[in-house]
Design a protein around this ligand. Structure first.
Ligand code: SF4
Length: 351
């Protein structure tokens, strides 16, 4: 069934979801949808109930990735299965042993004319001959098509293999750049297909080669430059320095341990606690599901290190600063403690 009336910009495998429910004889199913698809979800659920006869419960809590799957909630609610829409599976992730999870990634529809124009413009600026491709799951269906277009133009094109957290060749996550890294020695530059600067920055940090970016929705081409990385490191360095000053004044450090199945890093949290103990710095571990500045503020911490999604400390640091809190990644805490050098700064990824 075509869901264009509900989601005109996305390709959603409605028939696949209905088949998974019918073929497995599920009677009660929890459906999780990402934030960008929430608005149309009640209409989609109504159609799914009609198509399958199953009773479908919509998970209304925020969902930002496959790492955030509700398998425990589905078990507690007595469901037969969980359908997780929007993201691909994270193979290495812990999951509730008795709850089947069906992942249905969602692709964004792209105007082929705009894409073709973008590729044409790209070819006028890319000097390198050997190119690696990478993208997020929303555009993964474009990779082979773009590979062919570049090959026809005479480029040698490689697509890297997934690591422990990615599902598809060529896929990148905000917490893993394994796939481009796996082909780093075979290519001279990368092409990232997608929007935003976080993923190209992660690729650049990881590989230190030119990363060209093609926004497939607008056809706009850009390049991620070393000076963007330098600017980013300067901002993070100021946070690290603030944390050092607070620790020097005897402030206690909160170590956030996330409950979400694909973000839970107990071993890392314990090891950070030991490193802080080793420097005589008071610290406490805090367990949270959804992490927010207000939750941290109520506990009275002015420094926290997040072992959860690496993007929280990077993307949300201003909201934390607004509440008088410095939030660091594990790498940044190690720099603050003098256990790592700022010159060796890395994004927190691929665990
Ligand atoms: S941990 Fe963060 S970056 Fe990684 S999949 Fe989850 S939401 Fe995405």
């Amino acid at each position: 069934m075509d869901l264009s009336d509900i989601y005109p910009s996305f390709n959603i495998d409605f028939d696949g979801m209905a088949e998974a429910i019918r073929d497995n004889g599920y009677k009660k199913v929890l459906v999780q949808v990402p934030e960008g698809l929430k608005r149309g979800a009640p209409h989609m659920i109504e159609k799914l109930e009609k198509a399958t006869g199953a009773s479908i419960l919509l998970d209304g809590d925020p969902c930002f990735g496959a790492c955030d799957n509700s398998s425990t909630k589905a078990t507690e609610m007595g469901m037969d299965a969980l359908i997780h829409l929007g993201h691909s599976d994270i193979p290495s992730m812990e999951r509730h042993p008795s709850m089947p999870i069906h992942f249905f990634p969602v692709g964004m529809k792209v105007d082929r004319k705009i894409l073709n124009e973008g590729i044409r413009e790209l070819l006028t600026s890319v000097r390198e001959d050997r190119i690696g491709l990478a993208t997020t799951v929303q555009h993964i269906h474009l990779l082979n098509e773009i590979k062919v277009m570049l090959k026809v133009a005479g480029k040698i094109v490689h697509i890297g293999q997934p690591g422990k957290r990615e599902f598809f060749p060529g896929q990148v996550l905000g917490c893993s750049f394994h796939s481009p890294r796996s082909i780093a020695s075979e290519v001279e530059a990368f092409l990232y297909i997608g929007t935003g600067r976080f993923h190209p920055m992660g690729m650049f940090f990881s590989i230190r080669k030119n990363v060209y970016c093609l926004d497939p929705m607008t056809g706009r081409i850009s390049i991620f430059e070393a000076r963007e990385m330098d600017r980013f490191v300067r901002v993070r360095h100021s946070q690290i320095t603030r944390a050092q000053n607070l620790m020097d004044k005897g402030e206690r450090v909160g170590i956030i341990l996330c409950e979400k199945p694909g973000q839970k890093r107990s071993t890392l949290a314990t090891s950070l606690s030991e490193e802080l103990d080793g420097k005589g710095i008071k610290n406490e571990m805090i367990v949270m599901d959804h992490i927010s500045p207000m939750k941290v503020k109520v506990l009275g911490f002015s420094i926290v290190v997040s072992t959860a999604c690496p993007r929280i400390a990077i993307d949300d640091h201003r909201s934390y600063s607004g509440e008088g809190i410095v939030i660091l990644t594990p790498v940044e805490l190690r720099i603050a403690l003098g256990n790592m050098d700022i010159e060796d700064y890395l994004l927190d990824e691929e665990w």
